[in-house]
Design a binder for this molecule. Structure first.
Ligand SMILES: [Zn+2]
Length: 279
C-alpha cells in the first residue's frame, strides 16, 4: 500500500505540466502499449497535453474515434512521404482535405507530418523525388489556405527543406524531431520556424544536437517523443509512450541550466504561440 502510494506520487511529480508535441497514439497498441490506459494514467498524473500526429491521408477519422475522448489530445493531419503516398499524392490531398473539413477546428490544430525523407527516399529508390517535393508543397499550400501551422518531417534533406519552406512565408510551423546541427537550426529559425527536440537528445554521440538545442532560443523550442519510436534513455530500444517525454525534459533542463518549472512554462507558452491553444 505504502509502496504503491509512493509510486503514484512519483508518477504525479514526473508528469505534472508536461506536453508531448509529437506522438502517434494509434501506433502504440501494435507495439504492445495499452494506449488508452497509459494515456489515462499520465493525464491523471497531471500531464498537460499531447498532439497526436497524422501520417496518412485517411487516418484522422480513426485517430479521432480512438482518442478524441481525451480532451487534452489535439490532432494534426498530414501525409508522410512514402513511395506509395507520393505516387498517389493528388488523390491523397483531396482525401486529406475532406477529413480535415469534417474535423472540429478546436481539435484539429495543424497540417502534418509532411516533408522530405532522403534516408528512405534516395535517388534510385522506388520514390519519385520530384513527387516527394510536390507532396510537401501541396500540404504547405493547404496549410496556407486553412491558416494552420505545419509539422515538418526532414531527414537528410535540411537545405532542400529550408529552401521549399522559404517559398511559403505565410506558413508557420515546427521542424519535428530536429536532427541537424547549428547551421540548419539557424536556417529554420530565420524562417520563423520552431524546432522540436526528441529523446535523441538523451543518446550518447549526439553532441551536435545538444549544441543545436543550446543555440535555439527558449521561445522557439518544443520537446516531443515521436512515440512509439525513439524512446529516450533509459528506455532506448523499447516502444515509447508520451509519458517518457519526462526524460527529454530532464535532459533539456540540465543542458539549458533551467529548472523544470520554467522549462514547462516556456514549452506551454510556445504551444500557445504557434498553435493558438492552451491545454
Ligand atoms: Zn512522427
Amino acid at each position: 500500500m505504502v509502496n504503491s502510494m509512493k509510486k503514484n506520487q512519483n508518477i504525479f511529480y514526473e508528469h505534472q505540466g508536461l506536453i508531448d508535441t509529437h506522438a502517434h497514439l494509434g501506433m502504440l497498441k501494435k507495439r504492445g502499449i495499452p494506449a488508452e490506459e497509459r494515456i489515462s494514467q499520465i493525464f491523471e498524473a497531471g500531464f498537460r497535453g499531447i498532439i497526436d500526429i497524422g501520417t496518412e491521408a485517411d487516418d484522422l477519422g480513426r485517430r479521432m474515434d480512438a482518442f478524441a475522448r481525451f480532451e487534452k489530445v489535439r490532432f494534426s493531419a498530414g501525409i508522410w512521404p512514402s513511395a506509395q503516398s507520393i505516387a498517389g499524392r493528388e488523390q491523397g490531398i483531396a482525401l486529406l482535405e475532406t477529413y480535415i473539413a469534417a474535423a472540429p477546428r478546436n481539435r484539429l490544430i495543424a497540417i502534418g507530418e509532411c516533408g522530405l525523407d532522403r534516408r528512405h527516399n534516395r535517388p534510385g529508390s522506388a520514390a519519385d523525388l520530384g513527387g516527394e517535393r510536390e507532396l510537401l508543397e501541396l500540404q504547405l499550400g493547404l496549410a496556407k489556405k486553412l491558416h494552420l501551422p505545419v509539422i515538418i518531417h526532414s531527414r537528410e534533406a535540411g537545405e532542400e527543406t529550408r529552401e521549399i519552406l522559404s517559398h511559403y512565408p505565410d506558413v508557420r510551423g515546427l521542424i519535428h524531431c530536429f536532427s541537424y546541427g547549428i547551421p540548419e537550426a539557424r536556417g529554420f529559425l530565420n524562417l520563423g520556424y520552431y524546432l522540436s527536440f526528441s529523446g535523441i537528445l538523451t543518446y550518447k554521440n549526439t553532441q551536435g544536437l545538444r549544441e543545436a538545442l543550446a543555440f535555439t532560443p527558449q521561445d522557439r523550442m518544443f520537446l516531443e517523443t515521436d512515440s512509439p519510436y525513439l524512446a529516450p534513455l533509459p528506455f532506448r530500444g523499447k516502444p515509447a509512450h508520451p509519458g517518457m517525454v519526462a526524460e527529454t525534459y530532464k535532459a533539456a533542463g540540465e543542458l539549458l541550466k533551467i529548472d523544470q518549472e520554467d522549462l514547462k512554462d516556456h514549452i506551454a507558452g510556445n504551444v500557445a504561440a504557434l498553435f493558438g491553444i492552451t491545454f
